[in-house]
Design a protein around this ligand. Structure first.
Ligand code: URA
Ligand code: SF4
Length: 184
């Protein structure tokens, strides 16, 4: 599995964790393989499970709006999730499911894409890379360097969508991405 297409193919038929049992389509992720930015959400929701594509529901629309504020489209970046199959009823993914899926797929995607900046969306994605960061409300919008990789934790667009304060915070944090990228 040394290219993104091979990974996507393996994800499509993966049965390595219990999330395979109830999914319709696995969602490997998509976008530019050369992107400097890698966005990592939590897991597919209903629309994503139906279509096999990441962030195509209401949170995805909002993410596209946010990208447009920094003159990017979803084709310019790479977008994926810590788990590639929808947790039933949109429950939180279990730690063992996240462990299995990231070990098998996400870390390989990162190694291939080699993003300058990994942007985590929401708590689950943040804790995978920044386990010691404590509260997303305290660290959102602040870049962290771990080994050679820089991470920027942001609120999840689904959480921010209907929460006025969080929504504006996410919009403001997003506008800082180009500056953070410049400094990496
Ligand atoms: N929420 C996520 O975390 N990921 C998606 O792909 C869609 C909604
Ligand atoms: Fe495989 Fe990941 Fe889907 Fe689990 S969530 S079945 S590990 S692709």
């Amino acid at each position: 599995m040394d290219n993104l297409a091979d990974i996507a193919q393996a994800v499509a038929t993966c049965t390595k964790c219990p999330l395979s049992e109830k999914r319709t389509h696995a969602v490997p992720g998509e976008g530019s393989p050369n992107s400097e930015l890698l966005f990592i959400g939590e897991g597919p929701g209903q629309k994503e499970d139906e279509q096999g594509r990441p962030f195509v529901g209401s949170a995805g629309k909002f993410l596209e709006e946010l990208l447009s504020t920094i003159n990017l489209t979803r084709k310019d970046v790479f977008i994926t999730n810590v788990v590639k199959c929808r947790p039933p009823g949109n429950r939180d993914p279990e730690p063992n499911e996240v462990d299995t899926c990231t070990e098998l797929y996400l870390y390989k995607q990162i190694a291939i894409i080699k993003p300058k900046l990994i942007i985590t969306l929401g708590r689950h994605s943040m804790y995978r890379f920044l386990p010691e960061t404590f509260k997303i409300s305290q660290v959102h919008g602040k870049p962290f360097r771990r080994k050679e990789q820089v991470y920027l934790p942001l609120y999840h667009p689904a959480a921010a969508l209907y929460n006025g304060g969080m929504r504006q915070t996410l919009i403001d944090d997003f506008k800082r991405i180009p500056k953070v990228l410049e400094k990496v």
